[in-house]
Design a protein around this ligand. Structure first.
Ligand SMILES: NC(=O)c1ccc[n+]([C@@H]2O[C@H](COP(=O)([O-])OP(=O)(O)OC[C@H]3O[C@@H](n4cnc5c(N)ncnc54)[C@H](OP(=O)(O)O)[C@@H]3O)[C@@H](O)[C@H]2O)c1
Length: 255
């Protein structure tokens, strides 16, 4: 079955999601902004058409909301939403209750959290409520993770913020290594391949603690560095806890 898929807000994450649908046979409508990104998608993918916001919304069977939340609050009212379409929001700071009023008469509205790797596949996609359309579009190459509540979905949003921190630590390690080897690219490739080696496409339960146990030899290099970095663990927890008010997560006790 083929769909007309709309993207409202053709920015970074919309572009990655559209690229993931390259060759899928669906018709894709992208909104005019960002003009450069929309033009690049249309040039690269014959199934992509650039259209005004009204046309995207009026024609989409499945509509992805990829705007900044403050833009959405201004843009969504007055657009011709339909009761029979599925609306999938990827927006931070835009609760489901607010979307229900902004996107009426649409009622099939869900929240998900795509990340840039979705362009190639292998992206975890927490979703609430569960959404058959999301499974059909992305389930073959990505890990769809239905959540029991909006709170659980929002906790995943907080957890997703670890990506830049981990990548920054990997870059710091690679830079430190390259100072000895003189080869930045090789150092980055070494660090990336090493960490990738601990991860699998379809994570198995218990895989992370098992890997950590294997790196816990007393007096070993890993255990020594981990002990030196212990204060960073509190900083990480504090940083995640700092998202609780913004994401509507309970303020305590500890999860
Ligand atoms: N980037 C990620 O990894 C990621 C991951 C998960 C969720 N999200 C969420 O996805 C949303 C978009 O993030 P992003 O990183 O893709 O930001 P972005 O690149 O800034 O995309 C937002 C897009 O909205 C467009 N826009 C502004 N006003 C518009 C209007 N009136 N009508 C139609 N489009 C309009 C912007 O166009 P102009 O450039 O012309 O202003 C821009 O292309 C955010 O809510 C973010 O929280 C992002």
């Amino acid at each position: 079955m083929t769909y007309t898929i709309g993207f409202l807000g053709t920015g970074n994450i919309a572009a990655d999601m559209a690229r993931a649908l390259n060759g899928s046979g669906h018709k894709i409508l992208v909104s005019q902004r960002n003009a450069k990104t929309a033009a690049a998608l249309a040039a690269a993918m014959p199934e992509v058409t650039i259209a005004p916001n009204e046309t995207v919304v009026a024609n989409a069977d499945i509509l992805f909301l990829c705007l900044l939340a403050r833009t959405a609050a201004q843009v969504l009212p007055g657009l011709p939403f339909r009761a029979d379409q599925t609306v999938i929001s990827v927006m931070v700071d835009m609760p489901l209750a607010r979307l229900r009023s902004l996107c009426a008469p649409a009622t099939d509205i869900v929240l998900t959290i795509p990340l840039p790797p979705i362009a190639q596949g292998g992206c975890p996609l927490p979703v609430f409520p569960d959404c058959p359309a999301l499974h059909r579009l992305f389930g073959d190459r990505n890990l769809i993770l239905p959540q029991p509540s909006e709170t659980a979905l929002n906790a995943h949003l907080a957890a997703s913020a670890i990506c830049a921190t981990l990548l920054d630590q990997m870059m710091t390690t690679a830079d430190w290594l390259a100072a000895f080897t003189g080869d930045d690219d090789a150092a980055q490739a070494y660090v990336a391949a090493m960490i990738r080696g601990y991860l699998s496409d379809r994570p198995r339960p218990g895989a992370l603690p098992a890997a950590l146990r294997g790196l816990s030899t007393e007096g070993g290099l890993n255990a020594t560095l981990r002990a030196a970095m212990a204060p960073a663990k509190d900083s990480l927890r504090n940083g995640l806890d700092g998202f609780r008010p913004r994401l509507g997560l309970p303020l305590g006790p500890e999860p």
